[in-house]
Design a protein around this ligand. Structure first.
Ligand code: HEM
Length: 428
């Protein structure tokens, strides 16, 4: 038995700490992400046998797959749902790594950076796949999102042209996306994933948590301790996905019509928070400056000066857990208030009509929000006296909740003309 597991036993160290294989430490999220990536490759290859990446044929080839090919609809459902779950699981894995501080240099910082690159690649992979059905939903969502790139100063319009393969979303865009989706991204992912695993292995496994008992201080053999737990998580995930795919069909709307845009046009769910920010900030600020600043913060994270290396401890300390919770609650209350205030009462552009929009809709809202953010930090410092480890956890929790509320608003509370309304007032 042990012989057949040589491969798995090479991926893991021979012995791991008993505390680190507790289900509630990593939740097996990295492994689940890896498994889903492999499943996406497999189902993607099956789809390639039928799919034709031409505007005149793409839509019909998917209809053919769904109605004429044995299990065609089912394989498409698994690929679609797997793609959605992949982003969610990879993000949860990122959060696990973040909130257990498993990013400290020199051992884990490199893997944090590789992980971030993989996460961006996964989003890009999902986004390029989004266009494949060539229906109204995908065509216009891709038009909206690729348009966001044009707000990058100087290179923006060229970049949009490059991604689209011209000025509009056309057959050239479909071909570009197809090649990225089915060749360039999977290949890059495989390379990065191998490197990622190797670095976890080189670090001696995951950052060990503090043992809760004498028993947990022991080192145990990876097999069966870790491998069996991984098998349980993997089989549960597959069972869940395969059952869900029986009942939940991948979406397919009317054939793409470049002459008629639906109302509203929404970005894919993982970008919809950025689209919501465009409702409140100048496009350069909402689509570029804020996302790039947050990404910069994430990339720089391991090299901030921390008083302690608390790798392996959820939320860094009990106080870290508290300030992260308080921050999430503040963001949960504040963000909807600000969205409503901006929609109905705050109109910098009308109050200062002679100023350029980058000032009235860009600088002013940023300064306004910056002051509120500063007051929040001041409150945390005065009330809880957190150290840098805990403050970083708190800020991340704050922005995480803010982005979640923005995304939910965009998904469920924006109707025709992107007007703010109740979900039941919006036609399905
Ligand atoms: C996208 C595909 C990804 C795959 C397949 C993957 C896979 C894994 C696996 C299997 C582990 C070891 C077990 C575990 O922690 O669950 C791991 C650990 C790790 N991952 Fe990922 N990961 C991915 C993305 C990410 C992302 C987005 C980040 C963060 C930005 C990240 C950062 C790390 C770090 C720092 C470790 C070491 C954790 C520790 O030592 O405790 N990974 N990854």
């Amino acid at each position: 038995m042990q012989k057949n597991l040589t491969f798995l036993l090479h991926i893991h160290p021979k012995k791991v700490s008993k505390a680190s294989i507790r289900y509630t430490y990593t939740y097996g999220l990295g492994g689940m992400t890896a498994l889903l990536i492999l499943l996406q490759f497999f189902t993607g290859i099956l789809l390639k046998f039928v799919y034709i990446p031409l505007p005149s044929k793409a839509y019909d080839s998917i209809l053919f797959l769904q109605h004429q090919v044995l299990f065609g609809q089912y394989v498409r459902n698994i690929h679609h749902l797997g793609g959605v779950m992949l982003i969610i699981l990879a993000f949860l894995h990122l959060m696990r790594v973040f909130f257990t501080e498993a990013f400290h240099p020199p051992v884990r910082s490199g893997n944090w950076i590789i992980g971030l690159c993989m996460f961006l690649l996964l989003m890009f992979s999902n986004f390029t796949g989004y266009l494949m059905p060539w229906d109204q939903l995908s065509y216009w969502a891709v038009t909206v999102v690729t348009n966001m790139f044009s707000y990058i100063p100087l290179i923006g319009p060229h970049l949009t042209g490059f991604i689209r393969g011209g000025t509009d979303v056309t057959g050239a865009t479909l071909m570009n996306f197809f090649n990225f989706h089915t060749a360039i991204i999977p290949l890059t992912l495989i390379i990065l994933m191998t490197f990622h695993f190797w670095k976890v292995r080189k670090a001696g496994g995951v950052a060990p948590p503090r043992p809760r008992s004498e028993k947990e201080k022991r080192l145990v053999s990876s097999y069966p301790g870790l491998v069996v737990r991984e098998a349980v998580v993997a089989l549960t995930l597959l069972a869940f996905l395969f059952i869900l795919a029986v009942f939940k069909d991948a979406p397919m709307h009317e054939r793409a019509n470049p002459a008629f845009s639906p109302n509203p046009v929404k970005a894919p769910w993982y970008f919809i928070g950025i689209q919501e920010m465009l409702m409140h900030f100048h496009p350069f600020v909402g689509a570029i400056l804020i996302p790039v600043t947050i990404l910069g913060f994430l990339f720089y994270l391991p090299w901030i000066h921390y008083p302690k290396n608390n790798a392996g401890i959820w939320f860094s300390s009990p106080l870290g857990r508290k300030v992260a919770g308080v921050s999430a609650l503040i963001a949960l209350g504040l963000t909807p208030l600000l969205i409503i205030a901006d929609e109905y009462w705050i109109h910098f552009n009308l109050w200062f009509p002679s100023l350029p929009s980058i000032i009235s809709e860009g600088l002013f809202p940023v300064v306004f929000y910056g002051i509120l953010f500063y007051l929040y930090l001041l409150f945390l410092r005065k009330r809880y006296h957190p150290n840098t480890n805990e403050i970083v956890q708190a800020i991340f929790a704050f922005f995480l909740m803010t982005y979640t509320v923005l995304s939910l608003t965009g998904l469920f509370f924006r109707g025709p003309g992107m007007m703010l309304m109740w979900p039941w007032q919006i036609a399905p």
